[in-house]
Design a protein around this ligand. Structure first.
Ligand code: R5P
Length: 322
């Protein structure tokens, strides 16, 4: 029999669960909320199917499931979907999918005939599994928010990254957008650190290959800071750094929210001319990054604050426009 005291304590209870994609981040988020992660078995059956079991009561709870859909993308996505299904069937009152990095985001439109729009399919899957809300960060294309028919809170890491760059006290820096699509993001960053803006035109002759074409703006005799949303193979940053130094930049830094580091991405940065690459911990960082001049900044406090505000039905605007 549940006592009146227990019932009052359980009312509106906030619980944070995690898949295996980024346990360190999920644990840090829970710690910022003065919570332990909810107990759940997240594993794989011998036949390769994802195996989930929620090991504590979630009935009537406000449940947040932290799971970036980073590599291995499909396994992490399935863990997220099945975790959502499990807490839904265990009678959670509300389920928020906390997806610090949203995989498949670059497949948000058809670039030629007979291609899928996989980012929309993933949104459908998350909704169908039973999520009531999504909390995410720096979607590759903001329009992906509209792929969901449930509320999406879209955090940005720009403030954290620009605070770090400001602390470097670079003299008269130039912020670089490595492609036309990133100009808006780079411009906000530029305002935050008091820099000017330059834009590089990038071309992809084939998937995962990069060529720098033209640059608008001047970097001669000044430090350059490349701002991007994600680093995949590292090709964009490596080529951009080379091109900026050829154009007279004194040194080149790079910032990006999501460090995917596909394939040889980490060694590409280690062998590059970049002084330092600043990322966040939306995706776990391989230990081999230790000697690649990569600085990781935690987004856990920001996610914890957002979770608390969602739980208490408070506005999140202050977190978007600081
Ligand atoms: C592209 O539109 C993105 O904003 C990044 O520039 C891109 O994903 C980086 O990929 P990579 O590191 O493979 O060049």
């Amino acid at each position: 029999m549940v006592t009146r005291d227990q019932a009052m304590r359980m009312e509106g209870r906030l619980q944070v669960f995690s898949g295996n994609a980024n346990l360190a981040l999920a644990t840090d988020i829970a710690a910022c909320l003065n919570l332990n992660l909810g107990r759940a078995l997240v594993s794989t059956f011998k036949n390769g199917e994802t195996r989930i079991k929620i090991e504590e009561n979630v009935r009537g709870s406000d449940v947040f499931i932290v799971q970036p859909t980073c590599t291995p993308v499909n396994d992490n996505l399935m863990q997220l979907l099945i975790l959502i299904d499990a807490v839904k069937r265990a009678s959670a009152a509300r389920i928020t999918a906390v997806i610090p990095y949203y995989g498949y985001a670059k497949q948000e439109k058809k670039t030629t005939g007979r291609e899928p729009i996989s980012a929309k399919l993933v949104a459908n899957l998350i909704r169908t599994a039973g999520a009531h809300r999504v909390l995410t960060m720096d979607l590759h294309a903001p329009a992906i928010e509209g792929f969901f028919d449930i509320p999406v809170d879209h955090l940005q890491a720009g403030q954290l990254l620009s605070d770090y760059v400001r602390s470097l006290n670079l003299k008269d820096p130039v912020v670089i957008s490595p492609d036309a699509g990133g100009v808006g993001r780079a411009n906000i960053f530029r305002e935050r650190i008091g820099a000017s803006l330059a834009i590089i035109a990038k071309q992809r002759p084939r998937p995962d290959a990069v060529e720098m074409l033209e640059m608008v703006g001047d970097v001669k005799g000044r430090p350059a800071v490349i701002v991007d949303d994600m680093i995949s193979t590292g090709g964009t940053l490596v080529e951009a750094a080379r091109s900026l130094l050829q154009r007279g930049a004194t040194q080149v830094y790079a910032c990006a929210t999501h460090g995917i580091f596909a394939g040889d991405g980490i060694s590409a940065l280690r062998d590059s001319e970049l002084v330092e690459t600043i990322i966040t911990d939306t995706i776990p960082l391989d230990p081999s990054a230790a000697n690649a001049r990569i600085k990781s900044i935690s987004v856990a406090p920001l996610f914890a604050e957002a979770i608390l505000r969602i739980h208490k039905d408070l506005s999140l605007s202050a977190l978007f426009h600081n």
